[in-house]
Design a protein around this ligand. Structure first.
Ligand code: ADP
Ligand code: MG
Length: 352
């Protein structure tokens, strides 16, 4: 028996994957995606965009309307969940409160009828793998949040999955624990070298964790890329707004995105700089954030129909703000360098 439990990772590919529930728009609409072996992939998007449905179809907990799911080039679309080589980790870890850590980890082996000695040896080996060996006899209520997460991880690994699927595992935790736990998840993923597919609606969480981010909207994929690519080059207005930290501006050159920290701000009535990369605006909000101050602004000339581009934001360092504090009601001049603006494609569909 292998007690060192060295998982072998696999790539996941979905081809033309679609899920329809009833008559309306599909929950997942003909998506194509390849997730490389050993990578940390986050499926990101607003509530209802189809993240969980996609994950459940990969897990085999949801049937597929059309399309295929491949694990290392093997078509697993019709296989039962237990035969796929995937495992699922659920929100708040979903440990059985009345069972010890060891019994939690060994549970699925017990269901399979594996003899007691063998299943305990394997479960103990996995608890040791996640540095929880000495806590095997504790119940979840006697463990910290971080320790519970490690038990949940050991339990998910008991059947030697090649891909771990995580559906909002951190969403029900308090903010402090959530940030600690995501650092742990990231560390374990690297250490195990296993493919992780993690569903979240939090941009911050996805950016902190992912090698590759998949931004979804209304059942479709809007953009796939590294956190750096997606944050710095959102392809369209939907991604720019969903990721945050961007202004969407209508310029004579078309619609562009400019990061809130890449906009210069000057006080008072400045002569026009003679190029299109500037705008007058009125400060509507000043929010102190510690290291930064976030200014909310409104374009005084924007028509009502262009409402979505009339609300602007500028992020200043605290030092810059202290040099020259701005206050609500002030008229200012905003400008940006040509290289700070990048073109946004038309949204495929209206943002939800
Ligand atoms: P997300 O995880 O991104 O919040 P889901 O994948 O859970 O979104 O849901 C996508 C869409 O499919 C939503 O409109 C949701 O209402 C619908 N949906 C999900 N599960 C079911 C189901 N079992 N029956 C009918 N509709 C569903
Ligand atoms: Mg969901």
């Amino acid at each position: 028996m292998n007690l060192t439990v060295t998982p072998s990772s696999a790539a996941i590919e979905v081809v033309g994957l679609t899920k329809r529930y009833g008559q309306g728009a599909p929950a997942v609409d003909d998506i194509n995606l390849r997730i490389e072996s050993g990578s940390y992939c986050c499926l990101l998007g607003p509530s209802g965009c189809g993240k969980s449905t996609t994950l459940r179809m990969i897990a085999g907990h949801e049937s597929v309307t059309s399309g295929d799911i491949l694990l290392d080039n093997r078509n697993i679309t019709e296989l039962p969940a237990s035969a796929r080589g995937t495992a699922m980790m659920f929100q708040s870890f979903a440990l059985f409160p009345h069972l010890t850590a060891l019994d939690n980890v060994a549970f699925s082996l017990k269901m399979k009828g594996i003899p007691r000695g063998e299943r305990y040896a394997k479960a103990q080996g996995l608890l040791e793998r996640v540095a929880m060996g000495q806590f095997a006899q504790r119940k979840p209520g006697e463990l910290s949040g971080g320790q519970q997460q490690r038990v949940a991880l050991a339990r998910a690994l008991i059947n030697q999955p090649r891909v771990l699927l995580l559906d909002e595992p951190l969403s029900a935790l308090d903010p402090f624990l959530r940030i600690q736990m995501r650092a742990e998840l990231r560390r374990w993923q690297k250490e195990l070298g296993l493919t992780f597919v993690h569903v979240t609606h939090s941009q911050e969480e996805a950016m902190a964790l992912a090698d590759v981010m998949v931004v979804m909207n209304s059942g479709r994929i809007e953009q796939v890329g590294s956190p750096h690519q997606v944050y710095n080059r959102p392809v369209n207005e939907f991604v720019a707004r969903f990721m945050g930290g961007h202004n969407v501006l209508d310029t004579p050159e078309g619609r562009v995105g400019v990061r809130t920290d890449h906009i210069q701000i000057a006080a008072g009535h400045i002569p026009e700089p003679g190029h299109s990369r500037s705008k007058k605006a009125v400060i509507t909000d000043v929010e102190y954030q510690g290291t930064y101050v976030l200014l909310g602004l409104q374009d005084p000339h924007a028509s009502r129909s262009a409402h979505s581009t009339s609300e602007l934001a500028v992020l200043l360092s605290e030092a810059r703000f202290s040099e020259r504090p701005f206050s609500v009601g002030e008229l200012v001049q905003l400008s940006w360098a040509a290289e700070a603006a990048h073109a946004l494609q038309e949204n495929r569909r209206a943002p939800v």
